[in-house]
Structure formats: C-alpha cells, structure tokens
Design a protein around this ligand. Structure first.
Ligand SMILES: *Cc1c(COP(=O)(O)O)cnc(C)c1O
Length: 377
C-alpha cells in the first residue's frame, strides 16, 4: 500500500466498540480495573491512552518502525531520546541543528555527563573522525536548519552499525512522506510534530519512532517515567492534521521549488539554499534517499539592512517562528531560532545576519512571489 493511502487511514478503525471513523478523544485520566490483577489494557493515561495510542501506531506505521510515541513537544521527544544514554556517553550531532536541540545538549545534558561533538554531518569524514570509544549515538538532521545541508543517512548508518552506535534522525523537515530514515537503517526517528505532521500551526507536539521493539520498550520507559506525554486533545489534532500530510507535502514542495528558482533571479538575493536546486551540493544524496525536497528554503539577501525591511514588508507571508504549517512563515534565524548558538559558531555555520528562512505554505505560489517581490523591492 502506498504511503498516501496509509496517511488517509491514520487512526481509522481504532474504535471497534462504535466503529467511529474519526478516532474519539478519550479525555480521561484513569480506567476501571475489571478485577484484581486484571486490566482492560488501559490503567492510567500517562501510561496509555486510546487516542494517543491511535496516533502513535499510525506514526510507527508511516515511518516503518516497531513502536511510536507522542510527546508534549518536539523538545520533549528529543529529551526522551537523549535520556536513553548514560552519563559518560558521547554523542555526535549535526552542527547546524535546531537551536533548541543545541541548547538542551549544551546547557542541560552537558551537566548530566553527556559529551557532544557538533559536526558538519554532510561531511562523512568529519562524522567518522568524531567517533570515540564512548560514542553512543550519531544524531543528524537532514536537510539541516537553516542551511539545508544534506547528510547521507545510509553511509552514516553503515559507519555507526559497525561500532554498535545508534543513528538518530530528526525527520521534521521532510516528514515520512518524503523520507523514511528507519528504512535506510536508522535506529530512531524523531519529529517536532508541531511542524508538518500536524501541519496547521495549532498544536505543539513531538514524536519518536523506533526501528526495534527493544528500543521501543526503552523509550516507553522514559516516556512513562518522565511523563511528557501528548494529551488526548492534541493527539487528536495531530491525527487530524496527519490525514492530509501527502497533499500538503506535495504542495509545499512544488511551491518551494518554484519560489527557490525565482529567488535565484532576484537582484537583492545573493544565495538560495534549497536541496532541489541543481547547484545544491547535497542534491544527489537527497535524490537517493528521499522522494522530495520539502517546503523549507533559506536565502541570503544583499545586505543586513534589507532584513528588517523584508520582515516588516511582507503582507501575506507571516513573520513568525516555526515552520511546516499551511501558512507561509518567514524567520530570521540568527536572532530567532538560533539565538542560543554562540555568535562565532553561527558565523562558521553561515547563519549570517543576511540569512532569512522561509517555510513555504500551500498558498498560490504566484501570490507568495508577488508578496516577496514587493518586500524585496
Ligand atoms: C521545531 C523543531 C524542534 C523542536 O520541536 P518543538 O515542537 O518546538 O518542541 C526540533 N527539531 C526541529 C528540526 C524543529 O524544527
């Protein structure tokens, strides 16, 4: 069965009692026990909730994994995965990763004894050279935020597996519709479900899917112990959003490609970063491991003075953080999403004060270009 069909049927059939097509919202904390030592399978909603379970199994299926987990945010999902590793372990992480991931590693997990090397994960030599005797995981984002660098998932898995190291992929930017890292050999996939999975800028949530049952049991233990679960209402919103993922991703990607090509022709634009562009250094890897390029692009304008003008000049495109929703959003990474990355690191990464990031929505591409044109003028 094709993924676009699976997507539509997310959660359908999850309520055999009534046959409800839309999974009901079990707004419920606790469940009656039939007798001492017996359970309906549900005891308490931190541990299991039928609405959360419906979205968790749907996500496990879409990513091709053994077990799925829904969290209160993407950062709760990242945190739960990092709790799998003991103090003294070492993790290799994509250097231009999501700012919050950088912050939780550098400012919280560093104190808990987790050592981190940030590397350019589009450079396999750099990844290989960072491996130490205590390396427990390689955690990549691909394409990266905001420079759209592409990491070769299969090649990284190959390096990691030989040494018993986990490969973790933050798949937020492409969603399982375009990229399924577990099928490329990764051990764990995670998402900010706030973005494309729910897709409507109305829910904050996170997702973890594991390739094996054994890792699933370990994530389950962390989720139940630390308690950062997704509530039933938001689980339903995530499920509701998911059903149109295929249609949305197609439109996001078609619009983004058209806008990326057009931006390249604009005199006030110096550089466009989009993995679907012919000159993009990661395009070949992207073509081999994903079925699309997604809806995210970044571009560098001719001078820092243009940045505030564009941010206040756009009318249709909203100046707001976040991404992956049906509405187009523009952000200024150096000041917003990447504020917690030290300035010298930002400079090395190319997150400059001329760089803008666009989350291309599903509006008419012509209207979006018209809006950008008047803001760039
Ligand atoms: C937004 C985001 C996160 C964090 O998710 P929240 O839902 O905001 O907690 C993690 N990774 C990536 C790539 C993101 O874009």
């Amino acid at each position: 069965m094709k993924i676009s069909t699976k997507i539509v049927h997310c959660g359908v059939g999850s309520d055999p009692r009534t046959g409800a097509i839309s999974t009901p919202i079990y707004q419920n904390a606790t469940f009656r026990h039939p007798a001492l030592g017996e359970s309906t399978g549900y005891d308490y909603s931190r541990s299991q909730n039928p609405t959360r379970e419906a979205v968790e199994s749907a996500l496990a299926e879409l990513e091709g994994g053994a077990a799925g987990f829904a969290f209160a945010s993407g950062m709760a999902a990242v945190t739960a995965v990092l709790f799998l590793y003991k103090p003294g372990s070492h993790i290799i992480v994509t250097e231009d990763c999501y700012g919050g991931t950088y912050r939780v590693l550098a400012q919280l997990f560093a104190n808990l004894g987790l050592a981190v090397s940030f590397v350019d994960s589009s450079n396999l030599d750099e990844v290989g050279q960072a491996i130490q005797a205590n390396t427990a995981a390689i955690f990549v984002e691909t394409p990266t935020n905001p420079l759209m660098k592409v990491a070769d998932i299969k090649a990284i898995v190959c390096m990691a597996q030989q040494r018993g190291i986990h490969t973790i992929v933050d798949n937020t930017f492409l969603s399982p519709y375009f990229q399924q890292p577990l099928r490329l050999g990764a051990d764990i996939v995670l998402h900010s479900g706030t973005k494309y999975l729910s897709g409507h800028n109305d829910t904050v949530c996170g997702v973890v899917v594991t390739g094996s049952r054994e890792l699933g049991e370990r994530v389950k233990f962390v989720q139940n112990s630390t308690g950062s679960i997704l509530g039933p209402q938001d689980s339903w919103l995530l499920l509701r959003g998911l059903k149109t993922l295929a249609l949305r991703m197609e439109k996001h990607a078609a619009n983004a490609y058209q806008i990326a090509k057009w931006l390249q022709t604009q005199p006030n634009v110096k550089q466009v970063y989009y993995p679907g562009l012919d000159g993009h250094p990661g395009k070949a890897v992207q073509d081999a491991q994903a079925t699309g390029y997604g809806g995210m692009l970044s571009f560098e304008v001719a001078s820092p003075a243009l940045v505030p003008k564009i941010l206040s000049g756009v009318r249709l495109i909203q100046f707001a953080e976040s991404l992956g929703g049906v509405e187009s959003l523009i952000t200024f990474p150096a000041v917003q999403t990447h504020a917690d990355v030290p300035p010298e690191v930002r400079a090395r990464l190319g997150v400059s004060d001329c760089l803008l990031r666009l989350s291309v929505g599903i509006e008419d591409a012509g209207d979006l270009m018209e809006d950008l044109a008047q803001a760039l003028a």
